[in-house]
Design a protein around this ligand. Sequence first.
Ligand SMILES: Cc1cc2nc3c(=O)[nH]c(=O)nc-3n(C[C@H](O)[C@H](O)[C@H](O)COP(=O)(O)OP(=O)(O)OC[C@H]3O[C@@H](n4cnc5c(N)ncnc54)[C@H](O)[C@@H]3O)c2cc1C
Length: 314
Amino acid sequence: MVLVYSDNEKLMKELLAKARELADGLGKKVTAVVVGSGEAADELIRYGADRVIVAEGGPGAFKAEEYADILTGAIEETGSRIVLIGSTKSGKELASRLGGKLGAGCMIDCNRVFLDSGELTVERGVYSGNAVSVERFNSDIKIATVPGKAFDPLEKDDGRSGEVERKTYQIGEYASVVARVQEMVSQGVNVEDAEIIVSAGRGLKNREDLKMIEELAEAIKGYTLGCSRPIAADLKWLPEDNWIGLSGHKVKPKLYIACGISGQIQHIAGMRDSSIIVAINKDADAPIFKSADYGIVGDIYKVVPRLIEELKNQ
Ligand SMILES: Cc1cc2nc3c(=O)[nH]c(=O)nc-3n(C[C@H](O)[C@H](O)[C@H](O)COP(=O)(O)OP(=O)(O)OC[C@H]3O[C@@H](n4cnc5c(N)ncnc54)[C@H](O)[C@@H]3O)c2cc1C
């Protein structure tokens, strides 16, 4: 049995596609675990699950120890040997705790998960994405976390059928409790789902110059604004929602335009999977050009207004 869990619905569907492929390869079934009301349980069957366990009466707020109890119950009950978990912040915490609890191998942030001679094998980017580590498990239960957009979800199949079961699992008493959860005030920017991102870097001289980047972004319909770390973390010209890179958001848009970004590996780690990368930088030797499909060597203060003009004329 292959078991799948994510707190992110979209990621759950992507994991289901991979779980389906693995389960078919091994002649096994796929179980998805949902904690809470389980409104979307039927939907998960249509995206590849054979069975959905809705864990009811569980904790309200996420607490890794308690969620690990729920997943342990589901793994033991289903006899699952492969567990795929979405690589969200809480997903990674959960996976490692689960690994410790079950004595299971746990690989975090796997970009590829596949069977090699029937053995579960994963690939992970290491050294900020400069190398790929190919890894196998020595344990009976194998846990892998997978980031968003590593796999495409299956086409929704309204004809698929499966079981939805409501269960209550034993949850232990732990040394800490969640006092309250306060919703983050977000500016509504979701770079991770954006199809087009125009990104600003330290090549900008002043905060006001962001308007120029915004104008370019607006000229390309369906845009989202991104930025390098100094713009969000040091200068605070944009919120962290827009920050892209190793310690920011990982993005995979169809088009990524980097304006005045040097292309240090920590930035590249967050946007290298973009379909088309365009870089504008006045330094012909800037590392960003090694990752770019199209490069414009020039001053953003001259190139960007020209691009805006051209786009507006189209
Ligand atoms: C642990 C760790 C995690 C990190 N995580 C991240 C992360 O998640 N995201 C991230 O972005 N960084 C991250 N960094 C920082 C990263 O190493 C770089 O310092 C950062 O990406 C640089 O941002 P930048 O390219 O905007 O600025 P700079 O490196 O200062 O580059 C500015 C670029 O603009 C060009 N430029 C200047 N003026 C103009 C002009 N008028 N026209 C055209 N081009 C111009 C310059 O040639 C230069 O290439 C991390 C670093 C560490 C150590």
